[in-house]
Design a binder for this molecule. Structure first.
Ligand code: CP
Ligand code: NVA
Length: 320
């Protein structure tokens, strides 16, 4: 089994983790999503994280993930510690295993953003508290919870709807594939041949019953779609290796602009996890246009993660 599909133990060893959408069953994810909607309506009462501390380790930069987790934890009565990889001993070669075991003695949950998915798997293997994936080189499940929530707020139930992705088959794209399997939407993904998502992930999603359509033609992907989604052309974990000029040339035809949007459904929304590179993967016209849901996505990170933390740590977070 390839690295991309190696089991990442959603709740192995009795501790509940949030590592990949594929680890969790549709009912638990749906329950969490509905909790997120309730959090947004102000219906998560009391301080479910009272007395709890969450450590957040960032090996890579972040605006939304960091701030939405910190604010959400505070709103729920908990405390957070932000640790950049540079300032902890991980940076001097202390193992992930030892870091996981030590932090588990101090805190109630660990969130990790890492350029190497094996780090988060190792963290979850050795931590005795829940571990949350705050983005890896191959996934960004917290983003997808907010994105599905955003779609449903704007356009109703996502099951059976057509969502189009255009651009790089990157970490967010790969979480979209997992989300299509878990939430039952059709995903049409247009990428250059060289930047396709991993074949084994697509095969897994199809085995799970997902409709995943791959193409290299962005117009074919967005035709009639209810949502058009894109992301940056060079992800943080690719910065050292991607040949920038080649990437840009390869991806320019996949830009989300006014001309491409004319092929989507008339009421299609546009989604981007942010940060955006305006003028590259998305134009100002689309980013700031009436169809843009990007700020709702950013806001919904807060509500979806409050739901996630309630599910992992709080009282009353269990699926019925
Ligand atoms: N979308 C997202 O995860 O943004 P940050 O990198 O700012 O956290
Ligand atoms: N694909 C992007 C997402 C940023 C939230 C990256 O990994 O840099």
């Amino acid at each position: 089994m390839s690295a991309a599909l190696k089991s990442s133990s959603g709740s192995g060893g009795g501790t509940r983790h949030f590592l990949e959408l594929m680890d969790l069953d549709p009912a638990s994810l749906r329950h969490m999503l509905e909790l997120g909607k309730r959090a947004k309506r102000g219906e998560i009462s009391g301080k479910p994280l009272d007395g709890k501390t969450v450590a957040m380790i960032f090996e890579l930069p972040s605006t939304r993930t960091r701030v939405s987790f910190e604010v959400g934890i505070r709103q729920m009565g908990g405390e957070s510690l932000v640790l950049t990889a540079k300032e902890i001993q991980l940076n001097r070669g202390e193992s992930v295993k030892d870091t996981a075991r030590v932090l588990s003695r101090y805190v109630d949950a660990i969130m990790l953003r890492t350029a190497d998915v094996t780090n988060i798997r190792e963290m979850a293997q050795y931590a005795t508290v829940p571990v949350i994936n705050g983005l890896t080189n191959i996934s960004h499940p917290c983003q997808l919870m907010a994105d599905v929530m955003t779609f449903e707020e704007h356009r109703g139930p996502i099951a059976g709807q057509v969502v189009a992705w255009t651009g790089d088959g990157n970490n967010v794209a790969q979480s979209f594939i997992q989300a299509a399997a878990r939430f039952g939407f059709t995903l049409r993904m247009a990428t250059p041949d060289l930047l396709k998502p991993p074949a084994e992930l697509v095969a897994w999603a199809r085995r799970e019953g997902a409709r995943i359509e791959l193409t290299d033609d962005p117009v074919a992907a967005v035709a009639g779609a209810r949502a058009v989604v894109t992301d940056c052309w060079i992800s943080m974990s690719d910065e050292k290796t991607a040949a920038t000029q080649n990437r840009h040339n390869m991806l320019l035809p996949y830009q989300v602009n006014g001309a491409l949007m004319r092929h989507a459904a008339p009421d299609a929304i546009v989604m981007h996890c942010l940060p955006a590179h305006r003028g590259e993967e998305i134009t100002d016209e689309v980013m700031d246009g009436a169809a843009s849901a990007v700020l709702d996505q950013a806001e919904n990170r807060l509500h979806a993660q409050k739901a996630l933390l309630t599910w992992l740590l709080g009282r009353g977070g269990d699926a019925e």
